[in-house]
Ligand binder design. Structure first.
Ligand code: ADP
Ligand code: MG
Length: 285
């Protein structure tokens, strides 16, 4: 039979908007020494807004229309921002044969022209050269190429969640190591890590790169809680000792794979979950 303390723990968690999928995870929480978090949607709101459109011998409105026509085929938060910014005029153009290249962006055809919309890695993949300052921009960017020529970029920005800094401080006061992983560019990742005081931050990661990083921390003897929201996060959520999903904006696959779900997406609930695990285990024994 399950000791009473566990029911108390699961109930207490539930009243705090934290769903434990099994009483064993209360115990697991007492052993965690490292919290690894995804950036977009976990520590930031995951809602992007277009900031600036920069072109290179290409009409600005045309660039926005091209980008939106391609991005209309993606559910990525970046894609939503571009489509929303373009508004109705984007509907004039239709992209065909659109392919989503994981961790890179999109490739498609518009009026017979091959269009790429994604990060610098995407352009490199197709051997399209672009100005070096694109790499050093401290913003998330959607770079555009038409028929293998770089034509410009759109910068977009996301906001850090209100309680993210407090969440990291609470982790540090519990002597937990903090790590952030992201598919976004390193310059953006470094800016967010610095603002939040995160111990280690790794950007430019493909979905498989996130798995390798988490495995590396595990192999080094750490007990890991991983917190994520996106479809790409499901494999790492599965790999962690405690897989935690953001339940509000999170993808179904990630929520389903998770051991623990934070219903209102607040990062400060991560330490609440750890504390409840510790209190409950003390009551049990
Ligand atoms: P993360 O959730 O960590 O940001 P993703 O793998 O979803 O990781 O995305 C990684 C990067 O790939 C993004 O930061 C962006 O540069 C690029 N990317 C992915 N999908 C798109 C898209 N639909 N449009 C433009 N860029 C994209
Ligand atoms: Mg994410």
């Amino acid at each position: 039979s399950i000791p009473l303390g566990y029911f108390g723990g699961i109930g207490l968690a539930s009243r705090n908007g934290i769903l434990f999928k099994g009483s064993n995870f209360l115990d697991v929480m007492t052993k965690i020494n490292t919290v690894i978090m995804d950036k977009t949607g976990t520590l930031t709101k995951g809602v992007f807004n277009v900031q600036e459109v920069v072109t290179d011998n290409f009409d600005k409105n045309e660039l926005v229309k091209y980008a939106a026509a391609i991005e209309a085929n993606s559910t990525h938060p970046i894609a939503k921002a571009v489509v929303e910014y373009a508004g109705e005029p984007a509907a004039e153009l239709k992209a065909e044969n659109v392919e989503e290249i994981s961790g890179h962006g999109l490739k498609g055809t518009i009026s017979g022209k091959i269009v790429l919309a994604g990060n610098a890695k995407l352009l490199k993949k197709f051997n399209v050269t672009y100005p070096g300052d694109v790499d050093t921009l401290v913003d998330t960017v959607v770079v555009l190429a038409v028929d293998n020529r770089y034509v410009g970029y759109i910068t977009i920005a996301d906001e850090i969640k209100e309680d993210a800094k407090e969440a990291i401080e609470k982790m540090h006061s519990l002597k937990l190591q903090t790590v952030m992983l992201s598919g976004d560019k390193q310059a953006v990742v470094d800016k967010v890590a610095k603002a939040l005081g995160i111990d280690k931050a790794f950007g430019d990661l493909l979905p498989d790169g996130k798995v390798q990083k988490v495995q590396g921390f595990k192999d080094a003897g750490n007990r890991i809680a991983f917190v994520g929201d996106g479809v790409n996060d499901a494999p790492v959520v599965a790999l962690a000792d405690a897989g935690i999903a953001m339940g509000g904006l999170g993808s179904d696959a990630t929520i389903e794979t998770a051991d623990i779900v934070i219903q209102n997406d607040q990062p400060s609930k991560i330490t609440t979950a750890i504390k409840i695990g510790k209190i409950t285990s003390r009551v049990v024994w």
